[in-house]
Design a protein around this ligand. Structure first.
Ligand SMILES: [Zn+2]
Length: 205
C-alpha cells in the first residue's frame, strides 16, 4: 500500500471512529471498508495488485514499455534473448532495440545498448527516459549513469535484477512496472533456454 493510500485510509478510519452513526460493529465495518478501498484504488489505476512504482506509469510510459516488450517478443521469435528496450524523449521515440547476442553474435548488444546505439548521437540525455522489458544488468546500468539518463522504466525485475539501488544512488529515477507480460516472457525463455540465459548473464549452470 502506498503512503498516499495509507494516509487516506487512516483518515477514513478516523472519520468512522468519530462518526456518531457508526454502529457497535465498527471494527468489522472498518475491515470491510479497507478491502473495498484497496480494490477501488487498484481499479482506478486499471490494474490489480498494483505496486507503488507501477502507479507511476503514465499513459506514455505504458505505450513505450509496450513497444519495448514487442521488441522482446521479436527477439524471442528470432531465437534470441527476449529483452527489448526503447529510448524516448517524452512522446518521441528516439529508437527501440532488442538483445541481439544470438542474432548478431554480439555479447554487448543487450536491449538497452542496442536502443542507445540505434538512437545515434544525442546532444543530451537529460530529457530522456529509457524503457526496458527487464531490469538492466550492470553493463547497461553503468551506461545509463555514464550517459546521464535520468529515468528508467523497467518492465520487471523478478527474473533478473539487483542494480536498481546502484541506479537510484546515482540519482536515476527507477520505475518498476511488474508487467505480467514481461515476467511471463522471461520465465518462458529461462525455462526453455537456460544455457542461453546463463550465457547472457555470465553465469555457470
Ligand atoms: Zn544489459
Amino acid at each position: 500500500m502506498t503512503e498516499e493510500e495509507t494516509v487516506v485510509q487512516q483518515m477514513v478510519v478516523q472519520q468512522m471512529v468519530v462518526q456518531p452513526l457508526v454502529p457497535p460493529g465498527a471494527a468489522t465495518c472498518t475491515v470491510t471498508f479497507t478491502a473495498i478501498f484497496t480494490r477501488i484504488t487498484a481499479t482506478r489505476h486499471g490494474m490489480n495488485g498494483a505496486t507503488p512504482d507501477s502507479l507511476m506509469l503514465s499513459p506514455t510510459d505504458q505505450f513505450h514499455l509496450r513497444r519495448a516488450y514487442d521488441e522482446a517478443v521479436i527477439g524471442f521469435d528470432e531465437g534470441g534473448c527476449p529483452i527489448g528496450s526503447l529510448l524516448a524523449r517524452g512522446d518521441v521515440v528516439l529508437a527501440s532495440g532488442r538483445n541481439r547476442r544470438v542474432q548478431q553474435g554480439d555479447p554487448i548488444a543487450h536491449g538497452e545498448m542496442d536502443a542507445l546505439r540505434r538512437a545515434g548521437r544525442q546532444t543530451t540525455y537529460r530529457d530522456t527516459t529509457l524503457y526496458t522489458s527487464l531490469s538492466p544488468c550492470m553493463m547497461c546500468s553503468g551506461t545509463i549513469v555514464q550517459f546521464g539518463i535520468p529515468r528508467v522504466v523497467i518492465g520487471e525485475n523478478q527474473n533478473f535484477g539487483g542494480n536498481e539501488d546502484f541506479l537510484r544512488e546515482r540519482g536515476v529515477q527507477v520505475v518498476i512496472a511488474n508487467d505480467p507480460g514481461c515476467i511471463a516472457l522471461m520465465e518462458r525463455f529461462i525455462r526453455e533456454k537456460p544455457e542461453l540465459w546463463a550465457e547472457d548473464i555470465a553465469q555457470q549452470l
